[in-house]
Design a binder for this molecule. Sequence first.
Ligand SMILES: Cc1ncc(COP(=O)(O)O)c(C=O)c1O
Length: 582
Amino acid sequence: MNHMGMSKVDLASLPMFASSYNEHCPFLSEVNQSNQGQAKAAKMDALLKQRNFECPNEECCMFKGAEQSEPGFFDTVNGLNEDEDGDDDVQSAVEMPELQPLTAEGGFPGAVEEESVPRFFGSFCNGFTNPAKFEAATPPVVRSELEAKLGKLHDAGNYREFIDIERQNGAFPKATRHEMSEEKHITDDVTVWCNNDYLNMGQHPKVVEAMIGAIRNSGCGAGGTRNISGTTHYITELESTLAALHDKEAALVMSTGFVANEAALSTLPGLLSNCHIVSDELNHASMIAGVRNARMPKHIWKHNDLHHLEQILKGIDEQHGPEVTKLIVFESVYSMDGDIAPIKEINDLAEKYNAITFIDEVHAVGMYGHKGGGVAQRNGESSRITMISGTLGKAFGVFGGYIAGPAHMIDAVRSYAAGFIFTTALPPSVSAAANASIQHLMEAQYLRDKQQEQVMKLKSKLQAAGLPVVWSNSHIIPLMVGDAKKCKIASDILLEKHKIYVQPINHPTVPRGTERFRLTPSPLHNDEMIDHLVAALDDIWNSLDLSREIPAEYDDPNQGPFVHDVDTTVPTPTRFDWDLNS
Ligand SMILES: Cc1ncc(COP(=O)(O)O)c(C=O)c1O
């Protein structure tokens, strides 16, 4: 908060809000030059008044104090300067005025058609739609079939609702929640406990600065595909950092982790004369899509079951001859149970049966290994893995995905994968920010240590409170609810009453009966926040009379034959602790 009691919002990200106010302000007039929406000024007045923001321009009156500033927009917003207590806690003091949602045409409030009626509110469709207008474009049978399908999700408590939040740079893990209804637009400060920006690198000053610098240097977009429009130098640098991160010969950046998995797995097997894909049953949807699109023989092995994996590999050899290529596809950290694959044993089998391996380290990169290269690196196994895939959007805090591996394989994906070739490249800013983040995390062991410390504290406190926590082997902590509707209600209460945001995880993401919360502590979730979360959960478990037992139908993959007895006083428990120092 600054002296005028305004919370910080990045104005540069809100050019439409900044188009025509405070003409004396050099920052806003600069923004104005690129946004000539003067005619919309009056309509935007209403929107602006909903938002408390602070001008990022250091020369601005906002930073000099109200006495010195020229009268402008900020001085005229009633009630923004002080709340009734005399402090500057704007969020609690200011009742947010009404916000009119955008129109179906993407227009501004005031331009809403007379006959329009509000239909959807939420982050996927913030607006008024005119049913007559839109129904005309949809055959009734399509509407009724789709509405029936959506109704089923509602009935089962599995309808996904987006929570509209605005992360606050510098205040992680806090965020502002927005809620829009027909009547009003409210905002609320919440603590987020389900974020996959696991180490808060998305707000790290080095990362933010790298992104801004690249925009100043090269502008916003990549300008097209890498083939047609040229590869931005920022991507070249990023790929060389990624290869170094994983100690691999080459790396290739893609639009997202999903695309990286799909593109690599759908392409590579088809380039080999006879390739059988052997895929873990709990692999992520992106790997399933890749395996499916490869249209090559596939075999699904029971999750982390080495015996089953060996049976399959042996069976392929016996039926098709040992020279047939086998591609073993698996993840390191499984995102819903937090369990970790037996990487060493899988590599042993791969060697024994002359198979190649593809590991998804999406939930591990940045957080495990001496450079943040993932669990395979931590376990001293990455040199035995053929190809690694990762994301730039979780622990690295930015956006994008990649694969790293032998140069000939990377080149083959680069040259043949539709998902890589026929799409616009990552923007320079995103590439620069991701590069800065990886480079920082390659050195920042303290962040990995602190994260594990907070993870251990939360697990221990949940257990001490008698809550049904799964003692996972990673930073992902499942807390079992076991009922879709109760999970949603508990999540709503957490949000409304305790100002805590944890998304319910329901079917089909997890099997029915194992609905859960998925908690992801970061180094910045401090002890006070942990205590607050545990007390809130305990309160909800009591008031909803939720079971404190892990559901019988939950087959905990963390409790397989490779799990050691966990000493709760030792940080970073994994089933492969013997490899920690290698
Ligand atoms: C295991 C796994 N792989 C891949 C992805 C996709 O990564 P991205 O979000 O970068 O598309 C995800 C998802 O979020 C994931 O959980």
